[in-house]
Design a protein around this ligand. Structure first.
Ligand code: SME
Length: 151
């Protein structure tokens, strides 16, 4: 099995009997951050009211607490409902630099059964173009699993 497969299997095992969303986000942030060396910030933002994201469980330096849907890469993922794969954050003028060292980022939306974005999973790296197509598809699969299990 690939490392992605191992990590997904471990997360599914850890969450098998877990019905609490905060506990699940905390566990996922920890497992991802400690399993992939190029993940330098790993965490969730939650939709707390229409068009507003607030920070959730994360690993890494402090992240900004509130992101409107019309701001940042996270806001773009929440607004469009589509994965944002950003190999060079400096190429996206709307990028919010919680850390000046971030060079690449992937943000994946998490949706409920009605297709509404209830959270996003944000991955930042201090390396340029750090996230492979396998990282992106793994993260999308994980977010689909989380959305179906908890919403
Ligand atoms: N870079 C994100 C903001 C969150 S901090 O990186 C943790 C964005 O542009 O939305």
């Amino acid at each position: 099995m690939s490392n992605h497969d191992d990590v997904l299997a471990r997360i599914e095992s850890l969450l098998e009997d877990e019905d609490d969303w905060v506990s699940a986000m905390s566990t996922v942030a920890c497992e991802l951050h400690t399993s992939f060396e190029h993940f330098h910030w790993t965490g969730f933002y939650r939709t707390v009211k229409p068009n507003v994201l607030k920070i959730g469980p994360y690993q890494g330096g402090h992240g900004c607490l509130v992101i409107p849907f019309d701001k940042g890469i996270c806001g773009a993922a929440a607004r469009t409902g589509e994965t944002q794969d950003v190999p060079d954050v400096h190429a996206r003028s709307e990028h919010i630099a919680c850390s000046s060292t971030t060079l690449s980022e992937v943000v994946v939306p998490i949706k409920n059964s009605s297709g509404q974005v209830v959270a996003v999973l944000d991955l930042d790296s201090d390396l340029p173009a750090a996230f492979s197509p396998e990282d992106v598809s793994f993260t999308e699969h994980l977010c689909q699993y989380l959305g179906a299990k908890y919403f």
